[in-house]
Ligand binder design. Structure first.
Ligand code: DER
Length: 227
């Protein structure tokens, strides 16, 4: 992936968009983490006040608490002013592949609910087309049937195994993850509809038409794309 400086530049520029009193969706992953930390510093310095965060995973909740950002539970939130979140791929239309951190189910709820969804990334994430495996969060009991449907759709489903745990990655919601390589996804909306319609799929990592902007950190600044 890209450098920490590129990630930090993008994330801190996005954090500057947050105004006092706003409710902020706090994304998951190493790039979004820079934005969470930046918000924590702004609150600590008094530059911002009244901000409440909405976490998108166990990890982002923990980081927000370490950064002393007051949190709202997702189920008590009616509006989210801005969400800042990373991505694994961003295409030229602003469609995304997310789910590298297996947090995309709750991320999508938060990112889609936000009045403004800003993606933060480094240049390694940007591509003309979405040419990376699409993560699916699946009900554990349904993974074989879902795998069959994925194959029918032209994908190659691979159960995501954990690194420091025997067996599969288990999500915050107690489900499994299938990484499904469909090659370059030429029609993300159509594939997203097919995956959403597949029983047993809790959520897929195609974020079609959700992002409002992408902030891409470069060596000397931030490349802002608006969709
Ligand atoms: O899980 C996700 O969708 C994350 O946003 C993610 O994969 C990006 O993570 P990174 O910022 O650490 O590359």
């Amino acid at each position: 992936g890209g450098s920490d400086d590129q990630k930090r530049r993008a994330a801190e520029r996005a954090a500057d968009l947050v105004s006092a009193g706003e409710t902020v969706g706090l994304g998951t992953g190493s790039t979004a983490a820079f934005a969470v930390r930046a918000l924590g510093r702004k609150l600590e310095s008094g530059e911002l006040d009244g901000v409440r965060g909405v976490a998108t995973s166990f990890a982002s909740r923990q980081l927000a608490r370490d950064s002393e950002i007051p949190l709202l539970d997702l189920d008590e939130v009616e509006t989210i002013d801005i969400a800042i979140d990373g991505a694994d791929r961003v295409d030229s239309d602003g469609n995304l592949i997310k789910g590298g951190g297996a947090a995309h189910a709750r991320e999508k709820v938060v990112d889609a609910a936000a009045d403004r969804f800003v993606v933060v990334a480094d240049p390694s994430k940007v591509a003309e087309t979405l040419d990376r495996a699409v993560p699916l969060e699946v009900l554990p009991a349904a993974r074989t049937l879902v795998s069959g449907r994925v194959a029918d759709l032209g994908g190659d489903p691979v159960l995501r195994t954990a690194e420091r745990k025997d067996g599969p990655v288990v999500t915050d919601n107690g489900n499994l993850v299938l990484d499904c390589d469909f090659g370059a996804v030429e029609d993300p909306e159509s594939l997203a509809d097919d995956l959403s319609a597949t029983p047993g799929v809790v959520e897929h990592g195609l974020f079609v038409g959700l992002a409002d902007e992408a902030y891409v950190g470069t060596e000397d600044g931030v490349d802002v794309r608006t969709y």
